[in-house]
Design a binder for this molecule. Structure first.
Ligand code: MLT
Length: 258
């Protein structure tokens, strides 16, 4: 029996959904339901350190997370899947595609970017780690919500705001710290882009200031075969802020893959 907590819904071509930081698999609820209803199998794990996937290590690296995903796929007898990652989930998708290219049927990269962090960004992550270990997740939640969500989401979608806040508050500070440290030491994926041979859908929120549209355009230019979807009235959490638009883009991409 697997130790990796996950959702597994539906039957058909497999889509593995990798959440961002500091979130958990529940952020994909709208996607897993829609994928199931449209004849796909949706598998959404909690990545190491987040949700119910507890870790004791100080750092959860992106390759370790990708190996966790591969282990879960092995346990579920899934050889190949479309890998969909948002933000940190996108970094894990890059690592997975690098380690197991033959297991990737297609990629969806949402709100993510290829380059590694610069020194200042690494320092910022370490400061956030110290803060969450000392004070818990409340300060982080309040400071990041205005960046994660577009102004329209913040003013018109209180359910989405509450859901994102609750996800952050539920995260275990030690596990979130491990994931944050793992992101700080992640490598630069720019060189991987030209080696990716599978069709890729890139999604970005027009108002995402964390991973702005320029990051998405850069990946679009470097990848062999990609589509770019820019979602209006959304920032970083495109799948929650504009689920219908997000799902439509993903389903149309998946149908073309079939
Ligand atoms: C995420 O949403 O996963 C994070 O913002 C990614 C990051 O901090 O680089």
């Amino acid at each position: 029996m697997t130790q990796i907590t996950h959702d597994d819904l539906g039957k058909g071509a497999v889509v593995v959904l990798l959440h961002g930081y500091p979130f958990d698999r529940s952020m994909w609820r709208e996607q897993t339901e829609v994928l199931r209803a449209n004849g796909f199998r949706a598998i959404a794990p909690d990545l190491p350190g987040l949700g119910e996937n507890k870790v004791t290590a100080k750092t959860s690296t992106m390759p370790e997370m990708a190996l966790d995903v591969a282990r879960l796929m092995d346990e579920l007898n899934v050889d190949q899947a479309i890998i969909c990652g948002l933000s940190m989930g996108g970094y894990v998708a890059f690592e997975f595609a690098h380690l197991f290219p033959q297991r990737v049927r297609g990629l969806v990269l949402a709100g993510t970017r290829a380059p590694a962090d610069n020194e200042q960004e690494r320092k910022g992550r370490e400061q956030q780690v110290e803060k969450m270990l000392a004070e818990g997740m409340t300060g982080i939640a309040e400071a990041t919500l205005p960046k994660l969500l577009a102004p329209r989401t913040l003013s018109e979608k209180p359910d989405v705001v509450n859901r994102v806040r609750e996800m952050i508050l539920k995260s275990e500070p030690t596990g979130a710290a491990a994931a944050q440290r793992g992101m700080a030491v992640r490598r630069d994926y720019t060189g991987d882009l030209s080696a990716i041979k599978v069709p890729t859908l890139i999604i970005v929120g027009r108002e995402d200031s964390i991973r702005p549209a320029t990051d998405a355009v850069f990946m679009h230019e470097q990848l062999r075969e990609s589509r770019l979807e820019i979602i209006e009235d959304a920032a970083h959490m495109t799948n929650l802020e504009q689920p219908e638009v997000f799902n439509r883009a993903v389903l149309s991409f998946l149908r073309r893959l079939e």
